[in-house]
Design a protein around this ligand. Structure first.
Ligand code: ZN
Length: 489
């Protein structure tokens, strides 16, 4: 199987057969979150996309080192070279230490990824833990003559770089395009050209997160961390680099530029990018009022959401689209996904109970072949799911005694469902998200049971419910014709 894995490479803009640098080993780096806010769909899509890649490559027998970073410093507002650090800003507003903000949102990110059944990466390095490596890389780039220092900041000289290497290979933006997309430099600018970007920034006194460097106190440019950490854990050139399409420019273009400028070699063989998510056809954004975080999907507590959707429904929904296609979230589509997932998991359970017959009326090997063709074709999960639903049809026909499978075929089908649903797609029985808030719906049910008991003068049951709830920290207050409840926090 593993000889035939085809990946669409964003760098060459075509599909290529995956050829690892080292036999049986894959190094994979994926850009992780900047931890200053609640995890949302924009975090879930790359996490799920590359979780399937990670799972499949491992299943194929590769030893995979999967590195996904945590950005806890250096990422400035608007992804720019100027402005406040996103984490420091949140810390200032909330009156917290920046590391408290980073810690809190790292934990909520881990919690959400765990619910989505995304396996943890092999290494999860933090930008603040690799300042020395980033400084060393900046020094090398200066030594190679491709960066210059100005007033305590260091900028990569893109014009000079472009003479030695070709700038813009990933994004397809050449220097002229990039230049027309950037603002004119004002007279105070330290940059030689507006296309230059900061790889080290001098910190103002107010800037909380700063470190000593050969150029004075400062902090690394945002793109620097991924170049330094991927090199440290995966080497100067590694196999796969992934992330969302929004990172192609400037972030990934800058990573390529930095690594070439430092090491004189291309850092990545295969660049993979997942497409973006829209909600009801619109871009997701706080200012648009359609910003829904994952917790709100899981609990159903958002005005745009009709009901709670299990993490597995979200995962299944994402896998129904190819990772390179845009994906639009809406209640109708999510409810359809929920039904589809249930159907698939029910069939998987039914399959366990089916008994073999002497002959087979269906070719399981054929189905298996189609499933592998789909996953090998640039991780085409929608086609893979369509094939698995062919299997669901067969399972249901066998149950209705309209089809049959012999012992070997039945075993193969069970194995096929286990491998693809469990191990590769990571879909499992739905779980209920434990929320600290008790849903009003459930309390309504409990109240109606208790009210009925009271009406029937069954005070024993009514008191039992009240006392048991009290043990769980829930107080029931009875008034003449209604009851209310409150929860101790
Ligand atoms: Zn990155």
């Amino acid at each position: 199987m593993k000889e035939n894995i085809i990946i669409y490479n964003s760098l060459s803009r075509k599909k290529e057969v995956l050829k690892p640098i080292v036999e049986n080993y894959i190094g994979m780096y994926v850009c992780g979150p900047t931890v200053y806010g609640d995890p949302h769909l924009g975090h879930a899509r790359p996490a799920i996309t590359f979780d399937v890649v990670f799972r499949y490559l491992k299943w194929c027998g590769f030893k995979v080192r999967y590195v996904r970073n945590i950005t806890d410093a250096g990422h400035l507002e608007n992804d720019a070279d100027e402005g406040e650090d996103k984490i420091a800003k949140k810390a200032r507003i909330e009156e917290l230490e920046p590391m408290e903000v980073a810690q809190y949102y790292t934990q909520s990110y881990h919690h959400a990824m765990n619910l989505l059944n995304c396996l943890p990466p092999s290494i999860e390095p933090r930008a603040t833990g690799h300042i020395i490596e980033q400084i060393e890389m900046v020094q090398k780039i200066i030594k190679n003559g491709l960066a210059y220092e100005k007033n305590g900041s260091v900028y990569l000289d893109v014009n000079k770089y472009n003479k030695q290497f070709s700038y813009g290979t990933l994004s397809g933006r050449n220097l002229k395009d990039t230049l027309s997309g950037t603002r004119e430099l004002d007279s105070q600018s330290e940059k030689k050209s507006p296309v230059d970007f900061a790889i080290w920034k001098k910190a103002s006194k107010e800037h909380i997160m700063q470190w000593p460097s050969p150029w004075g106190n400062g902090f690394p440019g945002w793109h620097m961390e991924c170049s330094a950490m991927s090199e440290k854990y995966l080497g100067k050139t590694f196999d796969i680099h992934g992330g969302g399409m929004d990172l192609v420019f400037p972030h990934h273009e800058a990573e390529i530029t930095q690594s070439n400028a430092c090491n004189n070699c291309n850092p990545v063989n295969y660049w993979m990018h997942n497409n973006m998510i829209t909600i009801d056809g619109k871009k997701m954004g706080k200012s648009l009022g359609n910003f829904i975080n994952l917790e709100e999907f899981f609990t159903g507590k958002h005005e745009k959401i009709d009901k709670a959707y299990s993490p597995m429904t979200i995962r299944f929904f994402m896998l129904q689209a190819h990772y390179r296609s845009t994906l639009d979230f809406g209640n109708k589509a999510l409810q359809a996904a929920e039904k589809g997932l249930n159907k698939l998991l029910e069939a998987k359970n039914t399959l366990k109970q089916l008994l073999p017959t002497k002959t087979s009326t269906f070719n399981v090997n054929d189905l298996e072949k189609k499933c592998f063709e789909a996953i090998n074709d640039d991780f085409n999960t929608p086609i893979l799911l369509a094939n698995l639903f062919e299997g669901v049809k067969i399972i249901n026909s066998i149950k209705d005694r309209k089809a049959e499978l012999n012992a070997e075929d039945l075993n193969n089908l069970k194995n096929l469902f286990d491998v693809f649903i469990d191990k590769i797609l990571g879909l499992k029985e739905q779980e209920v998200v434990q929320s600290n808030d008790i849903s009003d719906d459930i309390m309504e049910v409990i109240f109606s049971i208790r009210n009925n008991a009271k009406k029937n003068k069954d005070f024993k049951t009514a008191d039992f419910i009240r006392d048991e709830l009290k043990k769980k920290g829930i107080q029931i207050k009875d008034s003449r014709d209604s009851s209310s409840w409150s929860q101790e926090k």
